[in-house]
Design a protein around this ligand. Structure first.
Ligand SMILES: Nc1ncnc2c1ncn2[C@@H]1O[C@H](COP(=O)(O)OP(=O)(O)OP(=O)(O)O)[C@@H](O)[C@H]1O
Ligand SMILES: [Mg+2]
Length: 396
């Protein structure tokens, strides 16, 4: 039986859906549908994500299509079924937004039950492909990989600020890994002088015992732990994809948040980090070459089925004088933009001084937006397919 969440429904539809699924439905309070899935699911009392989101006729169609489009890319393990008067135009718009099925407003319990069943099976299938259960079963922490097709767009800035921000939410339980294996600069951005670096963490005794691994980490005054980048490009090159896989698995067993900074593009190490990620922060500068690169990278990752369930699109270096609007970017990349970080004169000095701007106490617009990014992770319940299925079965 699938877990069903119902939104935008009147009392009559709620009753028919309850009949269809034997009462096993969580109805969200009436009101506007947020475009951001995180906000929608924050309303769930038990914090568990659904298999099927059923949306009734009270929700305005424009809002439904925006939300469904974002769910399709951010939470592909959730199927959306819309109750609406079907028309060829709506079918087309619904298909583009990734909506699984349309049900007429007059649909009875049997028709609703059949649609929920189909949508639930599709959701389960997508989750199996995205993340085989046995591979993630032992994971406890959330692995957040920060990636971008191009260099110099702010990956290290975002990764270090996100990690320091999450440390406030999970003191002593956040670790930042510098996987820019050749030219990593996390140590410099955090003002750290590491005794051990990435190659030490993946080879020798640290690779065999998690307790030993912890002694190879560098601590930041905020309470954040870090695996800093190699001292030379040659030493970094000795770190392979399987090394990365093992390291992230070990860290995710020990830490609540594992934030990963990467080199530009899709190196072997970055692909390994994406494969282990529960979330990806896809970053781009807000300009035409950056956005085109982002579109291509998203397409490639989609083809490889390597987009984790949590996908967060972040535009950096936004400048009103640049001539690109968020809407232009969303049209170009075919998905929503989640956070926009403005260009700020305060960021380069913070990088140079080795003090992430989020920890500087400054009241800068970029700090406000970075905090919004942190809140996406600190506020969202982590739902892993393995844990989710087990819990659901126990409840049903
Ligand atoms: N929002 C911003 N406003 C102004 N400057 C920024 C902003 N974000 C990043 N920068 C600056 O841009 C430069 C590059 O940033 P950063 O090193 O984080 O990029 P990167 O994507 O990690 O680069 P690389 O691909 O080389 O690793 C840094 O000097 C940083 O201070
Ligand atoms: Mg960098």
């Amino acid at each position: 039986m699938s877990r069903v969440v119902l939104a935008g429904a009147d009392a009559e539809l709620t009753r028919r859906v309850q009949d269809a699924v034997d009462g096993d439905v969580h109805a969200l309070p009436p009101g506007r549908l947020p475009g951001d899935p995180t906000r929608l699911f924050e309303q769930l009392v038990d914090g568990e994500l659904p298999d099927v989101l059923l949306i009734g006729t009270l929700a305005p169609q424009a809002e439904v299509l925006t939300l469904a489009g974002r769910l399709d890319v951010q939470c592909p393990g959730i199927s959306v079924v819309l109750v609406a008067e079907p028309s060829p135009e709506l079918w087309q718009a619904a298909m583009r937004a990734g909506i699984r099925d349309l049900l007429p407003p007059t649909a009875g319990p049997a028709e609703i039950a059949a649609a929920v069943d189909r949508a639930g099976s599709a959701a389960a299938g997508r989750r199996r492909v995205l993340r085989p259960t046995q591979e993630t079963a032992s994971y406890t922490g959330r692995v957040i990989t920060v990636a971008s097709p191009k260099g110099g767009v702010g990956k290290t800035t975002v990764a270090t600020n996100l990690a320091v921000g999450l440390t406030a939410a999970a003191p002593q339980s956040t670790v930042l890994v510098d996987l820019d294996v050749q030219f990593g600069d996390v140590a410099s951005a955090l003002g750290l002088l590491p005794e051990y670096t990435l190659p030490d963490a993946v080879h020798g005794p640290a690779s065999e015992d998690t307790m030993v691994l912890k002694t190879f980490l560098t601590q930041h005054p905020s309470g954040l732990y870090a695996v800093c980048g190699a001292e030379s490009p040659a030493a970094g090159d000795a770190v392979t994809g399987p090394d990365v896989t093992r390291l992230l698995a070990a860290l995710a067993r020990e830490f609540r948040y594992v934030v990963v900074d990467t080199a530009p593009g899709l190196s072997e190490q970055t692909l390994a980090a994406l494969d282990r990620a529960t979330d990806v922060v896809m970053l781009s500068s807000m300009d035409v070459p950056g956005v085109r690169g982002l579109r291509k990278e998203l397409d490639v990752l989609r083809e490889l089925c390597m987009i984790p369930a949590g996908r967060h699109v972040v535009m950096n270096l936004a400048d009103p004088r640049g001539g690109l609007s968020v809407r232009d970017v969303e049209t170009a990349i075919g998905t929503g933009v989640d956070v926009v970080l403005p260009r700020s004169a305060a960021v380069p000095p913070s990088t140079n001084q080795g003090v992430p701007i989020i920890a500087s106490g400054r009241r800068d617009p970029v700090v406000k937006e970075l905090r919004r990014l942190v809140a996406r992770f600190a506020a969202t319940p982590l739902v892993q397919p393995g844990r989710y299925r087990a819990k659901h079965r126990a409840a049903s």
